[in-house]
Design a protein around this ligand. Sequence first.
Ligand code: NAD
Length: 489
Amino acid sequence: MAMNFTTFTNIIDGKATTTAETRYSINPSTQEPNPPVPVSTKQDLDAAVDAARRASKGWAKTSWEERKDALLKFVDAVLERKTEFAGLLTREQGKPLSFAIWEVEAVGRQIAALAGIKLEDEVLLDEDGRKVIKRYVPLGVGGAIVPWNFPVVLMMFKISHAVLTGNTIVCKPSPFTPYTGLKLVELAQQFFPPGVVNVLSGDDNLGPWMTAHPGIDKISFTGSSATGKKVMESCSRTLKRLTLELGGKDPAIILPDVDVATVATQIAFYSFFNSGQICIATKRIYVHSSIAKEFVRALVVAAKNLKVGDGLDKGVFMGPVNNSMQYEKVMGFMEDVKKGNGEIVLGGDDAARFRYKPEDKGGKSGFFIDPTIVFNPEEGSRIMKEEPFGPILPVVTWEDEEEVIRRANDSELGLGASVWGKDVERAERIARRIEAGSVWVNEHFAGLAVAPFGGWKGSGIGVENGKEGLVGWCNLQSLYVRREVKSVL
Ligand code: NAD
């Protein structure tokens, strides 16, 4: 069925609905306004939650196969429109078109794998006229709150978990990137009954209204650790179930035996892909002191080769950072580094090719920052401790294995990490001691939908993906069935 990619509405109970007030986000490459989107009111949220609640009764009774079938048909329909979704994604998020296509295609690959997992009743005991069964019962209505860095794949994951497990859902995209999320849910209406998948766009009020809403049973939140704490506090008042996928400060440990040029190129990719705006980007590099100089030189060469520009231009590897707030945040890290916290070996002041000024709105320039590499900042400096979520990368040296493990673990966050070396046994030995939800050897952020993904410490609570991710959308029930009443006295 034809769909336009130019007008945007909420979807409540299967119907497109508009709001009195609208807003828009801007294209981060040009600062030109994107089209208007709704600003939902509390009443819109009530209507969406009511619709999801009504639909949940019937949806929970459908079979796993029926739900999987609907989900996979929906995913196919998304893939059929991948060019349109990817173009929209580049205009709202800034990422290069080729990576926007990759993000949409990732939806297909990952969700097909996730849908291969099935939660079924498990008989734990069956003897002497008595059965004990473990059941996975849908929670009811979920709320999905999504950030702006991967608006397509993250929203699709949340929808997939919810619908596969027999829940209904109300989705909220980020106000910076509302467009693809609204269109995904519009398309979903062709495959799910009204009310099963709803979406609302809004301003900064909508997220807190959702976390406080008594009609929502679970919040699946992806975003910063600071917001995650607020979400958890608000959910506690209604004892909502909660998954928090939060920030990261992933260390990469480089052993002395690596092939320097190859690994430096990989690290440049994993640090600057999506302009560094990835929860599991490599964000602290620990390179062995014996190869440090050579490694940094190779990293600078690799990073210099990464073309920065409008995501719609050919050959671009890094688009702009997504918004003015993020731009200022990254520039704040630059200021801190300039105070003597390390040697800027690439980028720095020159990296900010356009200083954002509010009066430039609608101008022909965007939030571009070239890759910046800082060598040997102090261990306790902001760039070593906090997540810039932008293209600025610290590299430090290490000598002793115990010491580097301690330093890698000395973080409030624990999302991902990687260890690089030809001595794979040594690399794995180190990897096993890293405090993080995902640890890779000789790669980084490769994902597998059947593997649980989540953070330790301040990086989150609960997981998405894998059987455990699906279980997070269920009430567990132990059902004890005895054929005949047995005397207890
Ligand atoms: P953010 O926390 O500012 O916003 C995320 C979402 O929460 C947005 O939709 C926003 O509108 C909403 N929100 C804001 N305040 C809220 C509140 N008080 N209550 C409810 N909702 C609220 O994050 P961001 O800047 O959009 O995204 C960047 C962050 O997300 C980074 O820290 C990154 O590491 C993290 N992230 C984590 C993962 C993961 O899987 N662990 C994936 C992607 C991004």
